[in-house]
Design a protein around this ligand. Structure first.
Ligand code: NAP
Length: 281
């Protein structure tokens, strides 16, 4: 078997076209959807992410404000900035780029974002809403993975999904979203005793670990769907995922590439959440 690719760039282009249409419809009603992106410090990766998010807004008819502050910004000043953005009617979504400098309590800052502007979906109110199946903002990366499964018409009902990784931003919300679609879900992590025994039972595998070759071809049931969230570097310094793409492509039915898979979907779902925040007004 040679797996079919789920192309995150192509799917993103479709979803972004819809975002642009919805942004135009809002503008016709006098509302320009606005996203505030807050960057504290000069982490090089964060600078790239923030730049891409601001560009994606501009390309799709959203207004964005980049709040760039030095690494020694105090927690109190950051909280005051979030408070100002919470009250700013031209801002519908607020994103504080993580990681924050060590002297700032990141969770405290996230909890200070008004839940109706929490387009990253990291606020406990958003996490709680997902947990109990109420409307709220879903974290962008797992939300993007769900859209990828939807794009191939995959019915999760009764399927066994294995999520590798249990972070608050990817693994745990991913598991809840799969559960909400009636999959039977297993969550694996660094203390899981026999990862291969788990993944071999899976109809769908989502790898969100941050280590190369966590999933190899001998760990995948023929015909399984494999979503690779990981972002790592190979020996040549090239971007790669958690999955041994070449090997697993020979057994899976569908697979997401890295780059060009989940990565672009994450920013796309940020745009979708921001449009939704503006439409809810
Ligand atoms: P994280 O917070 O570091 O979580 C990693 C998870 O992997 C943890 O739950 C950890 O278990 C588990 N783990 C570590 N080693 C393992 C092993 N050998 N077997 C099974 N599980 C293992 O990372 P994250 O923020 O969720 O991100 C995961 C990956 O996705 C990273 O590569 C990140 O760069 C990437 N990512 C990509 C996007 C995108 O847009 N494409 C967005 C977000 C993240 P414990 O809980 O036991 O420590």
């Amino acid at each position: 078997m040679t797996a079919q690719l789920i192309n995150g760039n192509d799917l993103s282009a479709k979803l972004r076209a819809d975002v642009a249409q919805r942004a135009a419809a809002l503008k016709a009603r006098g509302i320009t959807p606005g996203l505030a992106v807050v960057l504290v410090g000069d982490n090089p990766a964060s600078q790239v992410y923030v730049r891409n998010k601001v560009k994606a807004c501009a390309d799709n008819g959203l207004h964005s404000v980049l709040e760039k502050h030095p690494a020694d910004m105090s927690e109190a000043d950051l909280l005051a900035l979030v408070d100002r953005l919470n009250k700013d009617a031209s801002i519908h979504g607020i994103l504080v780029q993580l990681p924050l400098p060590a002297h700032i309590d990141a969770q405290k800052v996230i909890e200070s974002i008004a839940p109706e502007k929490d387009v990253d979906g990291f606020h406990v109110a958003s996490a709680g809403a997902l947990m109990v199946g109420q409307p709220g903002f879903w974290p962008c990366t797992p939300y993007g993975c769900m859209k990828m499964l939807e794009s191939i018409g995959y019915d999760l009902k009764g399927k066994h999904a294995v999520v590798i990784g249990r972070s608050n931003i990817v693994g745990k919300p991913m598991a809840l979203m799969l559960l909400q679609k009636d999959a039977t879900v297993t969550v694996c992590h660094s203390r899981t005793k026999d990862l291969k025994a788990q993944t071999l039972q899976a109809d769908v595998i989502v790898a969100a670990v941050g280590k190369r070759d966590v999933l190899t071809f001998d760990m995948v049931k023929p015909g399984a769907v494999v979503i690779d969230v990981g972002m790592n570097r190979d020996d040549a310094g090239k971007l790669c995922g958690d999955v041994d793409f070449e090997g697993v492509s020979k057994v899976a039915s569908y697979i997401t590439p890295v780059p060009g898979g989940v990565g672009p979907m994450t920013i796309t779902m940020l745009l979708v959440n921001t449009i939704e925040a503006a439409e809810r007004l």
